[in-house]
Ligand binder design. Sequence first.
Ligand code: GLU
Length: 351
Amino acid sequence: MRFAPSPTGSLHLGNALTAVVNRRFADAHGGALVLRIDDTDPSRTVAGGEEAILADLAWLGVDWDEGPVRQSERGDLYRAAAERALASGAATRDDEGAVRLVREGTTLLRADGTATYQLASVVDDLDLRITHVIRGSDHRPNLELQRAIARALGGELPEVVHHGLLLGPDGRKLSKRHGHASLADLRDEGFPAQAVRAYLEELDLPEHDVRLDLARLRRLATDAIAAMSDEELAESAGAPVEAVAAMRGARSLVEAREYAQLVLQPLPADVPAEARATLERFAELRERAPERLSLEEARAIVRELKAVGGDLRALRLALTGATRGPELAAVLVAVPRDEALARVATALGGP
Ligand code: GLU
């Protein structure tokens, strides 16, 4: 098998699907997966594009057995193949020096001696002894031509399967405009890698085009965060493990990081004067409890305050500087006693 991205930058989600499908198929059949970088077209090669793809694959947990094989380093192979096609009469050289397939008229080698995608792809599929190609259906129009090129080279194209493409929620080609189009987008939006991988695995090998189901992806993100160990969650969110109690209910890693910030570095806040009684009562309860609370102990304090009609919103404001955030009890767990008392004292106008 091979996964053959062009180095245009972070992988499009549809390309990530191709990668996952190829890895799964190779594993299921005891095969090997070659990572091939299709960098014959300078206009589709961006600086850092290959590095971005390698980082994306690592993030997604897709590994490969051979490569990266770069087409830009295999020019001699493609030129030799073009010579074979010329020798057999399957190809001709035009006045400018480009080599074309006689029957289809397609360019195999440009006048400057560089191979086109069509030639390079077929030569590599034969040379790397690829047995099965699985790729997006946007390449279906290339199939017959590539078969003809393979025959002109004295070979046979591997078995080729095309999968449906990933569309935006509106049914159009998933693009930057939609957001969530590339793995970099999804990572920036705080989707854990496990959720993206699980989503792509669920799509299996779609026969037809499928719309990106954001609700499902979000659901998988919540599940993935819930399934992480404290250390994993802290590391994925880029926040210290001390704040993990506050990160637990987050629906994305971005939200988890925000929640951690709230307990680690509260925003400045004005707490209403009427909240004084609540804050004083909280200080009494908190004083008597251990330095670090369990979730049950924290919930018990919240219940007590609620029972006396306490202003829980003001307490949250005093502790985090925000009116929204993780469950209040989770905040109490994440903020140690002395720190909580200091924040309440500040809100009460203390030192
Ligand atoms: N480099 C092509 C792409 O990025 C892959 C072509 C193929 O799989 O044959 O879509």
